[in-house]
Design a protein around this ligand. Structure first.
Ligand SMILES: C[S@@+](CC[C@H](N)C(=O)[O-])C[C@H]1O[C@@H](n2cnc3c(N)ncnc32)[C@H](O)[C@@H]1O
Length: 201
């Protein structure tokens, strides 16, 4: 994804984080427990929100520029976690390793959503949970068409704003337990449709 995206990511998302996404992250991650895996952890915007109930934290991230920033944030927070270079489509962990998996703003970026969701399900223990927060395809056809049109531009930053991620989670081995539809505040219209929820293995 590159040095520039890693450098600009927090500046670009600052407005929406302050206007509500930071609080959404906190509420979502309050349900994390036990051995926890975060997929595509980026610069580590979730790190401050993991509760005491998380006993082990593993952060995967394929991009080296992101990993460098992730390590810096871990050091600044004095938080224990292992950073692993990996893509969600090929997680280097045995079956049934984790109690919780976390994906925030990452299923828009993975190359293959179905493969990533299969891998997440594989590494979750039976009745383990995926916690997700993702910007997704609009249910309004006009906005969805606009998302299709801008996708090539967003692809330059590794993002697909037009994905029906909830449909892919439903089609995966996971069972959706809860989902809330909302909006990413202070974001371009094509990035606003939001889903936040949990799915069980
Ligand atoms: C928009 S950033 C989100 C970062 C972080 N999850 C957050 O909530 O702020 C997308 C992240 O997904 C990572 N990513 C891209 N392709 C991936 C893949 N195939 N598997 C796992 N992570 C991936 C990127 O390197 C980047 O760190």
């Amino acid at each position: 994804m590159g040095r520039l995206f890693a450098a600009l990511y927090e500046t670009v998302s600052k407005g929406s984080e302050a206007a509500g996404i930071r609080e959404r992250r906190r509420q979502l991650l309050a349900a994390a427990e036990g051995s926890t895996l975060e997929i595509g952890a980026g610069t580590g915007l979730n790190l401050a929100h993991y509760p005491q109930a998380v006993t082990q934290l593993v952060l995967t991230e394929p991009d080296r520029h992101m990993r460098r920033r992730l390590q810096q944030r871990l050091d600044a927070l004095g938080r224990e976690a292992e950073i692993v270079e990996a893509s969600a489509e090929g997680l280097p962990f045995p079956d049934a390793t984790f109690d919780t998996a976390v994906a925030t703003y990452v299923l828009c970026s993975v190359a293959d959503q179905d493969a990533a969701l299969r891998e997440i399900a594989r590494v979750l223990k039976l009745s383990g949970r995926l916690l997700f927060l993702e910007h997704v395809r609009s249910e309004e056809p006009k906005l969805a068409r606009r998302q299709d049109r801008v996708r090539p531009l967003y692809n330059l930053f590794g993002c697909n704003p037009n994905r029906d991620t909830l449909a892919r989670i439903h089609a995966s081995p996971l069972t959706v337990e809860s989902v809330e539809h909302g909006e990413v505040p202070k974001a371009p219209k094509v990035e606003r449709p939001l889903i936040v929820g949990a799915a069980r293995r």
